[in-house]
Design a protein around this ligand. Sequence first.
Ligand code: AHR
Length: 541
Amino acid sequence: MLTQRLKDSNPLHTLLVAVFLSIALLTQVAPAQSTSPMHTVVIHADKKIGTINPNIYGHFAEHLGHCIEEGIWVGPESEIHNVRGIRTDVVETLKKIKPPVIRWPGGCFADSYHWQDGIGPRENRPKRVNVHWGRVIENNHFGTHEFIDFCRQVGAEPMIAANVGSGTPQEMRDWLEYLNVSSDSTLANLRANNGHPEPFNVRYICIGNENWGCGGSMDPIHYALLYRQFSEYCHFPPKEGFYRIACGPSSADYDWTRGFFKTMVGEETKGRNRLGRVEAFDMHYYTGGKAYGTATEYTTDEWYGLLAKGLGLEEIALKHWEIMGQYDPGHSVKLAVCEWGAWHHVIPGTNPRFLRQQNTMRDALLAALTLNIFNRHCDKIGMANIAQTINVLQCMILTKGAEMITTPTYHVFEMYVPHQGAEALQCDVTTTQIPFTDKGDTPNKLPHVAASCSQNDDILTITVVNTHAGESATIEVDLLGVSKADFKSWRTLKASDIHAHNTFENPEAVRPTEVSGTASLMRAFVLPPASVNVLTYSIKQ
Ligand code: AHR
């Protein structure tokens, strides 16, 4: 029986650890030499944090570069295999990572977008200049119907971002009527004439995007007053009700959070408390910049620097959460992170406004560390969308004409699927800190091991990251609050080179592998350097 915690002082424990470690070393495929001390991952099966909202694994597709045009949409006449204009290879690949929700049409694009441009016969749709992303001509062939068709094909819920910056409450209200009304209204009939008699039942709506910047250069009070106004016209909810998402801060802009919340509760204007109209508050957090090299060329210090910056999201999110709690003590408003991920230099020779970048093992670890944070704080975080799905920023898929490859980040999303909708368990990691030089001159540290854990019925899933660029990490897994635990599987995403990535010439350079030869009681593992690992157990409590 493995019911009790195996304490350090217990000689039986020492013996068991030695046995488990030997098993791990004997059974690990191509074991790396372990020179590091033991790290512990203690799972508390009796301490549930909450349900991991699948929407934490959400995506984001903007009219930017080749995310939609060529990435998702090729048009029904294309020689690339498609269903109603939507690429089949992309749909089939995305389905495997179970995208729960997709955010569209932006991003910055959203606050310049007028939904009426994207309905009706495609040949009649107006051509507009995409002012944010390269001033290219947007033909609006991918509009509301095409987006929702794409979502339904991949099995995701649609999430729309309404135009607050240059739009009106009337325009947003009409879009919602067009989307969700089933009766004989003119807009519902227009939708039916355009090929969809049934309402779309869209639930997720961002009221604006980055309204402190490209969404209107507003201050938080101005935006909150507009939010109060726009949310008044959020009619026509589907039967589950709307999930309304307010524009939150860029990274650590705590003044934005304070300003928004105090205006929403009425403190600023002595008006009524309208916080009940906000389900989530959307902070954006990007990781990148000159200090971390390029997408594919970076030093070991830049490897650590980027990962440390990514981990910084946790402290910042908690600080916002604390401020939100000052105005919303019951925390009825959840935190959302509707844009996150790595922002690198574009691939040389590509349009700088198309934000097309490569994606390496470093990005895979960044994704894994971030998703672990979201899992561990699933009681606070209700929605997150990596930027962006295809061909833009930290994408899942890169396309080139008819060709398509998946990125290391895609594989992390696939490996983490078991967490979606599972119960997050408290997971305490004891690890060492890796010292490194940040931004060329600043001493900094990064945890060697980070993890999160969830339970779905009798399956326990632990996702563990070894951040060390060159050393393996020997971990001991300690399962508390379980009466029986059988080890099931270990999958790892690793590469001998920290710069490894997939290319059109070598699309399988980075992909997860099963570590075979496992014993039923495995508790100790030698994690390869720079790796993302998924361990599963079958448990009884
Ligand atoms: O994801 C790219 C851009 O980053 C989005 O359009 C905007 O919201 C953010 O600044």
